[in-house]
Write a protein that binds this ligand. Structure first.
Ligand code: FES
Ligand code: FE
Length: 450
């Protein structure tokens, strides 16, 4: 029986901990998602360190929509649709760079950094006085804002402010992006990995799934584990999971940093671990004791598709799960470091991108996602609800140190339930969906939670 017989509301039952596999496969749901989710949520489009000079630009996507993110002559940032107003060609096919204009390679319409249509070849001959260029600039994405260097944009003018949207998540993000004066910077280019699977498989995993790590990644972790190390061989087991009604989540917040991870010693690892020890007092003064070592050995996700992975084998990365089709997505990953870190530490963190995000471990995850996708060609599999019940009833909203909804990280799918609850609210609502319970604030205070 198709989901159409019961409506979108039946696809996700967060209070029962049940999710329909249709949400990972169905073309019609994907089409609804591309408008009702990706054209109303705040989406990460780049980092300010990628746009240093005026005319610097990044080419990326907001959902399926191709966009250019451009540093303006006045220092501001504009985000605009990368689609020529003549026939829809991309006006820029480079991944990024610096430019004075964006000139379409089909017939040569040329747009300024601000998206204004400045030149049309042979305009007088071709159009006489019928073409009003002021009406045919690139479509602007109306909402653009930054959070400590992270650039977000939103097509929906009625959406809440970025700060309100992020809510409690800012407290956790700060431990990645605001450890030291100057924040973080992106090093190098963007790694783009094509996966078979639905983008939500990656997003939900980063929002809350430490449970998979030591089975899915057992062979990878054996390659870097120090056989002689003492202590718990499964460092992800301990820690806290954060989630919020806004759909954000963190797979696990772990104290004690890298120092007790049973990694095979390496010069890079030692260098980076020492850097975190050396900067601990500074971070404690800046953010407080709870965030000195966090986030560590963990992943997080800002609803819907902006993720990070922190301090896993001494690298840090941020990334975006870009949907392509119901069954394919691209994961874009950026290496990030404290801007104030010494060059040798930056180099060590960059060197180790291949260990987890671009090497042995990502392919483990990709194998799961592609196998699930293959199974979803089966109508009987799609008719069978999936179990998301782990840790139901165990969450608390009154943790004395950590804002938001908190559970133990290894044994909870509270993040998943909140992710899909919020997903369903966007999918089912024609208006911008208010949080039905709880209004998250930028200060970390949360009012009226369930
Ligand atoms: Fe761009 Fe014709 S499609 S100038
Ligand atoms: Fe994984």
């Amino acid at each position: 029986m198709s989901w159409r017989d019961h409506g979108i509301e039946a696809l996700v039952q967060p209070d029962e901990g049940l999710v329909s596999p249709e949400i990972f496969h169905d073309q019609e749901l994907f089409d609804i998602e591309s408008r009702k989710l990706f054209m109303r949520t705040w989406l990460f489009v780049g980092h300010e360190s990628q746009l240093v000079k005026r005319g610097d630009f990044i080419s990326t996507y907001m959902g399926l929509n191709p966009v250019l993110v451009v540093r303006q002559r006045d220092g501001g940032i504009k985000v605009m649709l990368n689609a020529c107003r003549h026939r829809g060609m991309k006006v820029c096919r480079a991944d990024g760079g610096n430019s004075r204009a964006f000139t379409c390679t089909f017939h040569g319409w040329s747009y300024g950094l601000d998206g204004e249509l400045n030149n049309v070849p042979m305009q007088d001959t071709a159009y006489g006085d019928r073409l009003d260029r002021s009406q045919y600039g690139l479509v602007q994405v109306p909402r653009v804002d930054t959070y400590k260097g992270l650039i977000f944009a939103n097509f929906d003018e009625s959406a809440p402010s970025l700060l309100d949207y992020l809510g409690d998540m800012t407290w956790y993000l700060d431990a990645l992006v605001d450890r030291r004066e100057g924040g973080i910077e992106v090093l190098g280019g963007v790694h783009k990995i094509v996966h078979r699977g639905n983008w939500k498989m990656g997003a939900e995993q980063f929002a809350g799934d430490n449970y998979h790590a030591f089975l899915t990644h057992v062979s990878a972790s054996m390659s870097w584990r120090d056989e002689d190390a003492e202590g718990d061989p499964n460092p992800l087991k301990a820690g806290l999971q954060f989630t919020s009604r806004a759909g954000h989540g963190i797979a696990g917040w772990r104290k004690n940093g890298m120092d007790d991870a049973p990694y095979v010693p390496s010069p890079d690892y030692e260098l980076v671990a020492k850097y975190y020890r050396d900067t601990a007092a500074e971070v404690r003064n800046r953010l407080g004791a709870e965030r000195v070592d966090g986030p560590s050995l963990t992943a997080g996700n800002v609803f819907p598709n902006f993720s990070y992975l922190s301090r896993v084998f001494c690298h840090n990365s941020i990334g975006v799960w870009h949907p392509r089709t119901p069954d394919t997505f691209q994961y874009w990953r950026y290496c990030v470091v404290d801007k104030a870190a010494p060059p040798e530490v930056k180099r060590a963190i960059m060197n180790n991108m291949h260990i987890w995000p671009l090497g042995v471990a990502d392919s483990d995850d990709g194998e799961n996602w592609s196998e699930i996708s293959a199974n979803l060609t089966s109508p009987a599999v799609r008719d069978t609800m999936l179990n998301y019940q782990m840790g139901m009833g165990a969450a608390r909203d009154d943790h004395p140190l950590f804002p938001g909804t908190i559970t133990e990280s290894y044994v909870a799918e509270e993040s998943h339930r909140n992710f899909y609850r919020r997903w369903q609210e966007f999918m089912a609502s024609d208006e911008y969906p208010d949080l039905k319970s709880g209004v998250l604030t930028a200060t970390g205070a949360t009012a009226g939670k369930e």
